[in-house]
Design a protein around this ligand. Structure first.
Ligand SMILES: Nc1ncnc2c1ncn2[C@@H]1O[C@H](COP(=O)(O)OP(=O)(O)O)[C@@H](O)[C@H]1O
Ligand SMILES: [Mg+2]
Length: 802
């Protein structure tokens, strides 16, 4: 039990025997000498419960109740307040009332002009109804006062501290409760009085409030109140938190909104106002011109009519006007004419992109079908691949090839459904969602609309943007897309949607189902050289105002940029780096320092700094226990280092480095295989009892998972236990089973490209992946030795020379 603080013991129980006075609100002790008459008038109350010791205002409307009040002599006559079981009963009889109520006296009667009464009553003591003795003109009952017996046990005192404490926090969080309530709380020394005071403030259903009145034991009552207060506190704290978050996002739009309103009011004062008729006439003709569907137009005219009746200075006027303007500006029927010429389309695709033969082929097929059957439901394409492989720019080319406008929205970080389909109009500063905003901007209803980065959509308590996107992409539904702001169906079926993602896994499966994915796995060194020569260098030269003759980038310089300065699946950094060379050249030429510039290898290092990716592998693998693995990530393939060390211990295995569960299990398996074949590998099994083993897979912000590092972990452990380093030019990928078998893995092309970028000469692969090698471009395979393994120990013959 918690000790009772000193302060508590000092609080005295105060007796009240002075005549009641509204100022004595803080005295919550039931009067000791209070005598309840045998028969009292009963005032039914609809949706509240009165408690002893509290003061409450009541509005009296019913004739019977008025009569009762009129018969009372203020300050002297006691009557009973009893809650109705059902608040809707207009003329409650004996059966409609609870049996326990609160005896009270009237402190004040305020007569309202319309004849109704407001009274302020002071609750004095609990009573039970024994029987009703009168029903006309108002209820009277024979009653018995309930004596509350309080023992201030330690437990009760502790409970009081507890509820005071929670109530204090509730008060602090409740904007409508004055701070003084907290002080009042401290001054109620009687447990029953404290419980009743708090019960009156609780935000709980009436039936529960009545239950608190009917609970005579103050200790039990305090316990119930403590529970109710705690849950109220939780709700308050949560809503406080949510409010804080919401407020941040609303504050800005609300501020702008009010400023605009003020500006309007000022303008009206200055006599520039009432352009209303003019404005409404203009809106009317705009509505007509917008050529919207009939039902929408009817609604627009109805709202326009409403607008003409609202005062211009009222906030609603501008809310409504903005809405009508929005409706007028949407491309309800404007569209561009499709001009699909397959041969021209092919030219455009080839002009904009190097390689990508299969993908271009698929796009042309798609366009051909579209041309022959313009109104058929064509599939939604989704380009999947690492950054910088041309997903976005392919979308732009498609738009150009079809002679359509192009729109792109990035879904990265969109977590609110309202971002897609807007906020309701009633919400201050509301706007339509991104889909309609972009359509308005582009002005036609049939653009190519790219939904970029589908894998980055978020989801939180404000709703799920993915489900809104589902509706956007569903050909069955998207001809009546409903934006919350617009509140009218908009036909999206003429929009051609294209998705992009780095990775398909994070894309919600329902969305992925709606689309046909087209993979763009990344480029080989040779492809990148071509892309740079034919596309990136000319473009960057143009953008920097340079002539072709003014900057020369020789073959080996370009190769060094690709291999030593940018290591990526796409060509984004390559283009950026070429941009820096152009900037450098442009500066020198503008200064007059040179006329034409050739960037050779040594010049390159001067402009870009030392190589970024030099011989990291040799450095890392110089220690036993470190092995180069190959991984497949959203950014293409990557090499990764598997490190292991032994520390004194008892044979445990520790895994670190942001690795997922599958990878962890695969490490366990590798460890077991090493232990099981220790003898054959020349490893002293005694070692296991003395050491703990730690495997770490460092670097990269991307969490790593999957089983494909199995043989790398196996090899790292063997390297550690045999105290031998592995060859630095070898990298490996493969799943390992408990029996030491090596199973095939995915992402082969990406992994091989990554190995090549890193300067690896030998790649170890599962034998069962051999057939997949034919899908990997020749270019990528050139100058790499492939070694195929069936069992884990085969790896060792390759990694340890000799
Ligand atoms: N095959 C290619 N041929 C020519 N340029 C390309 C090719 N692939 C990518 N690019 C260029 O690389 C840059 C990055 O492409 P981008 O479309 O932004 O990639 P993503 O959207 O896949 O991240 C663009 O300037 C694009 O034109
Ligand atoms: Mg992109």
């Amino acid at each position: 039990m918690t000790p009772v603080p000193e302060k508590m013991k000092l609080v005295e129980i105060v007796d009240v025997d002075a005549p009641l006075d509204p100022r004595s609100v803080a005295d919550h002790e039931p009067e000791r000498d209070f005598q309840l008459p045998d028969v009292i008038g009963i005032l039914p109350i609809r949706s509240a419960v009165a408690y002893p010791g509290t003061v409450m205002p009541l509005a009296i409307g019913r004739e019977r109740s008025k009569m009762l009040i009129d018969d009372l002599v203020p300050h002297e006559t006691i009557f009973g307040l009893v809650a109705q079981i059902n608040a809707d009963v207009e003329n409650p009889g004996a059966g409609d009332l609870y049996r326990v109520g609160t005896a009270a006296s009237v402190l004040k009667v305020i007569r309202m002009p319309q004849g109704s009464l407001n009274i302020i009553v002071h609750g004095i003591a609990r009573f039970e109804i024994l029987e009703f003795v009168q029903t006309v003109p108002y209820l009277k009952a024979r009653v018995r006062m309930v004596e509350i017996k309080t023992r201030k046990t330690k437990q009760v005192k502790a409970l009081m501290v507890n509820v005071r404490n929670i109530a204090g926090r509730v008060i602090a969080l409740s904007p409508n409760v004055p701070e003084e309530a907290a002080i009042l709380l401290e001054n109620i020394g009687d447990p029953s009085g404290l419980a009743d005071f708090l019960a009156a403030t609780l935000n709980i259903p009436n039936a529960e409030k009545q239950a608190l009145l009917e609970e005579y034991d103050p200790r039990k009552r305090l316990e119930k109140i403590s529970r109710a207060l705690t849950s109220q506190l939780e709700v308050l704290e949560l809503s406080h938190k949510i409010q804080g978050e919401v407020r941040q996002s609303i504050d800005k739009s609300q501020r702008e909104y009010y400023l605009q309103e003020q500006l309007k009011a000022i303008q009206a004062e200055l006599g520039q106002g009432d352009k209303r008729t003019e404005e409404i006439n203009e809106l009317q003709s705009r509505v007509k011109k917008a050529a919207m569907p009939e039902s929408v137009e009817t609604e627009a005219f109805r709202e326009l009519d409403r607008l003409s009746k609202i005062p211009v200075a009222s906030p609603e006027y501008s809310v409504l006007r903005t809405w009508i303007e929005w409706i007028c500006e949407l491309p309800w029927s404007k569209s561009t004419d499709d001009a699909i010429d397959i041969r021209k389309a092919e030219r455009i695709l080839n002009r904009d992109h190097y390689g990508l033969t299969k993908i271009k082929q698929r796009i042309l097929e798609f366009l051909a079908v579209r041309k022959l059957n313009p109104h058929g439901k064509s599939p939604i394409l989704c380009f999947v691949g690492p950054p910088g492989v041309g997903k976005t720019s392919l979308g732009q080319s498609i738009a150009r090839a079809m002679n359509r406008k192009f729109i792109r929205i990035s879904l990265g970080g969109i977590r609110d459904e309202a971002d897609i389909r807007g906020h309701r109009r009633t919400y201050i500063g509301a706007l339509p969602g991104r889909i309609l905003q972009e359509l308005r901007k582009c002005g036609v209803r049939n653009p190519v609309f790219m939904l970029d980065e589908l894998d980055k959509i978020g989801q939180d308590f404000r709703g799920d943007p993915a489900s809104a996107l589902l509706e956007v992409l569903d050909p069955q539904q998207n001809n009546t897309f409903s934006d919350h702001y617009l509140d009218q169906p908009f036909d999206l079926s003429n929009v051609m949607f294209i998705g992009t993602a780095n990775y398909t896994e994070p894309v919600p499966p329902a969305l992925l189902d709606r689309m046909e994915t087209i993979e763009l796995p990344g480029y080989t060194e040779g492809e990148k050289m071509q892309i740079a020569r034919k596309y990136l260098i000319p473009r960057q030269l143009r953008e920097h105002g340079l002539k072709k003759t003014q900057l020369t980038i020789p073959e080996d310089t370009l190769r060094a940029i690709i291999n030593s300065y940018t290591r990526e699946a796409g060509v984004r950094n390559l283009e950026r780096t070429i941009g820096s060379l152009c900037r450098h050249a442009a500066t020198r030429i503008a200064k007059g320092a040179s006329k034409r510039i050739t960037v050779n290898l040594s010049g390159l290092a001067k402009i870009l700094g030392p190589h970024k990716f030099e011989s990291e592998i040799a450095l890392r693998t110089a220690t036993p226990g470190v092995v180069t693995g190959l991984a497949y990530t959203p950014f293409g393939g990557e090499i990764l280092f598997v490190e292991s060390v032994a520390t004194p211990g008892k044979g445990g295995l520790l895994l670190t480095g942001q690795i997922g569960d599958v990878m962890k299990e695969s490490a366990q398996a590798a460890f077991s295989v090493v232990k099981a074949s220790a003898k054959r590998l020349g490893i002293d099994p005694e070692q296991f009892a003395r050491n703990d083993y730690h495997i770490h897979v460092p670097a990269g912000a991307v969490p790593k998972d999957g089983p494909s590092a199995g043989i790398a972990m196996f090899t790292a452990l063997v390297s550690l236990l045999q105290n031998k380093t592995v060859r630095p030019d070898v990298a490996m990928t493969g799943e390992i089973t408990l029996s030491g078998l090596v199973l095939p893995v995915g992402g082969l092309k990406e992994k091989i490209l990554a190995a090549k970028r890193a300067g690896i000469e030998t790649v170890i692969l599962p034998r069962r992946n051999k057939k997949d090698l034919s899908d990997v471009p020749k270019e990528a395979k050139a100058n790499i030795n492939f070694a195929f393994v069936t069992k884990a120990p085969d790896v060792l013959r390759i990694t340890f020379e000799g």
